[in-house]
Structures are given as C-alpha cells and as structure tokens.
Write a protein that binds this ligand. Structure first.
Ligand code: ZN
Length: 233
C-alpha cells in the first residue's frame, strides 16, 4: 500500500514536471526519470505480492455447546483475506494449510496458564491460530479480548482469536507476530485500538519491521514458504 501510494505521488510529480516541458530538456529528462521511478514503484508492489512467500496457517477451532465449530470457513477466510490485503504488498502471504479441532479444556482461555497450555499443540514451521469461545485478558480479569499474539513456554509464539473477533483482528495479531510488539496510538494504524472508519494502515517503521521479520523467519526456518496450492495427483 505504501509502495502504491508512493507510486501515485511520483506519477503526479512527473506529470507536473512534463507539463513544464517547454522549459528545458533537462526538466523533461528529470520528469521522465520520475515517471519511470513511479512505474517501477507501482509494479514493485504488485510483483512483491505475486512472488511473496506464502506462510501456512495451522488453525485449531474450538467447539460450542452443540459440538459445532465456533466459527465457519467463511469467517476464517475473511480474516485471512484481510491479512493478505495488508501483508501481500509488503512481501508475505498466508494460506490456510491445516485445520484441527481444539479440544477441551482449551476452548476458553482465562489465565496465563491456559494460554501456555496451547504451546504443546503448536505445529512446526507454521503460524498457529487458535480460535476460542472466550479470551479473557490476563492483566485485567473480567475484560474479554478479540485476539492476542502470545509467547508461550520455550519462546514459541502463536495467535489466539476469540469468536467475537472482527475480520481485521488476525492482521493486527500478525503485525505483532512479525515483530511489532508495541501498540500505536495513531487512529487507524493497524497496530492501534482506535478506528474512525478511515483507511487502516501501517507506517514505514512497522513495514520495515515486518519485512525484516519475514526474512528472518525464512532464514532461520521458523517459517517455510509453502508455495502455491498444488495437486499431488
Ligand atoms: Zn495488539
């Protein structure tokens, strides 16, 4: 997104520069360079999105009182689509590669111990997402959260979503997972709690952190690129 808007700004500057083209060839050449730069920037965003590594999501879903999953496939896919909207232009994509039931007593999380108890249920080389009936704040008991990015025992990080989560919560928690530990106080920043209906965005420092984390995850093997879907036979 940042790349695309930078491209548009460059294109506007270039158009202005070429309208003054009667002045000097140097100005035109400068405008041409700007236009070329704008094109490169605009295509860089698309190319990054198409070639970006795809990380697998291992999603464990709790059951309700009737034994049904607390959320359906469409609910999960909306979360993933929203996350890809933010991350694909930055060079990371996500795909739902594994689903498993989340057995009791893990369907409701109230304490730190409840969260830590998920660590043995995590998968290697994937991003674990646990979808639960209820997620209580461990610092403010009685307050319920829509999501958390938690570091369990042994340093294994994973994401928990409550069934009440809005479609943008996975993207926010992935923002934490990819290195942005702090919350922003800026309205509509993806890593803030405040929205006014405007476009939700990440700033340059947050984007750099996500891109650094993406490289690190691949280099260390913490995450692997699962590539596009394939038929095995
Ligand atoms: Zn957060």
């Amino acid at each position: 997104m940042a790349l695309a808007s930078a491209g548009r700004t460059g294109a506007v500057l270039a158009a202005r520069a070429t309208r003054r083209g009667a002045k000097a060839a140097a100005v035109r050449a400068f405008g041409g360079l700007l236009a070329a730069g704008a094109l490169v920037l605009a295509f860089a965003g698309e190319a990054a999105a198409e070639e970006a590594p795809i990380f697998g999501l291992a999603i464990a879903i709790a059951r309700d009182e009737k034994g049904e999953r607390v959320v359906d496939d469409a609910w999960v896919q909306r979360q993933i689509d929203d996350a890809n909207g933010f991350f694909a232009p930055l060079g990371a994509r996500f795909r739902w590669t594994m689903e498993k039931p989340l057995a009791e007593p893990h369907g409701e999380l109230h304490t730190r111990a409840d969260r830590n108890a998920l660590t043995p249920l995590t998968e290697a080389n994937a991003i674990d997402v646990f979808v639960v009936r209820a997620l209580e704040d461990v610092d403010e008991p009685g307050r319920y959260r829509m999501g958390v990015c938690w570091t369990g025992r042994g340093g294994k990080r994973f994401i928990v979503l409550a069934r009440t989560a809005r479609p943008t919560v996975l993207a926010h928690e992935l923002g934490h997972f990819f290195g942005n530990r702090q919350h922003s106080t800026v309205v509509n920043n993806l890593m803030s709690y405040t929205r006014d209906g405007g476009t939700v965005f990440l700033d340059a420092r947050q984007i750099a952190t996500i891109q650094r984390s993406t490289r690190s995850f691949l280099e260390t093997g913490r995450l692997v690129d699962v590539g596009p879907p394939r038929r095995l036979r």
